[in-house]
Design a protein around this ligand. Sequence first.
Ligand code: MN
Length: 293
Amino acid sequence: MPIVERIPPRTADLGGGLSIRRALPTRQRRMVGAWCFLDHVGPLTGGSMHVDAHPHTALQTFTWMIEGEILHRDSLGHEQIIRPGQVNLMTAGHGIVHSEDSLPHAERLHAAQLWIALPYAEAQRAPDFAHHPDLPRWNTGTCQCTLLAGSHDGRTAPASLYTPLVGIDLHSVQGASLELPLRRQFEYGLLVLQGAADLGDEHLTSDEFVYLGDGNEHLSLSLAPDSRLLLLGGAPYGEAPVMWWNFVGHSRADVAAALRDWESGSPRFGRVAGDADSPRRRLSAPPWPWSGA
Ligand code: MN
């Protein structure tokens, strides 16, 4: 059995009264492979999510929609509704802006929002957006598995990635016991999105995130009825990048330059069209946390 390091989530406010749980980064753990950010939104009834235009750099945003519908708009001109069972992947690279709004007729909201740090050589690549409605799915006994990202056991998800990593959604209505093959060179983390699970003697309930380390060849786990887990893995990233607000960079100077470009309205970031073709309201960054640049 892998060593299990429990990492308590912290709550964060996405604005508009929407409270979410953040599993990455935390003081205990900043990354799992190149996965550097993990927000768990919902599950909730009657809530809504509205995030005005904001920039990103040197990362990919990865949205896994479980319940509800969210409209993504970006400065490349994409307008894409994401529905349950689908992935949106936005590659920020040199710079992009987007907004996200849950649609009013969707009563339920449940999603995982992740970031993937781009490696140094890809950090300045051209921005891009892709919608992936069809993902590899299979059953292991009574567990429904969906490959969200990367490759697993001969299957490959469609998302374009720049570092070796994997993401798998595990869902069981009636409960399940399963053994998943792992890659020894990957480190892994597991988040309970709904319900409960047992990993050996460890009992995990909703929003518990555990780090499993690397060097493991398989993972044995049991899901309680009506449970859903998110398994993340990847090659250890090395030195963590600088992360501040919505920016990733490979130095504080990178992030400071991105902030200056955002605040000065530089064409680096472009604009997101709004409902009446006027630009969406732009979010402002919090105060710069470090003295000097
Ligand atoms: Mn964003």
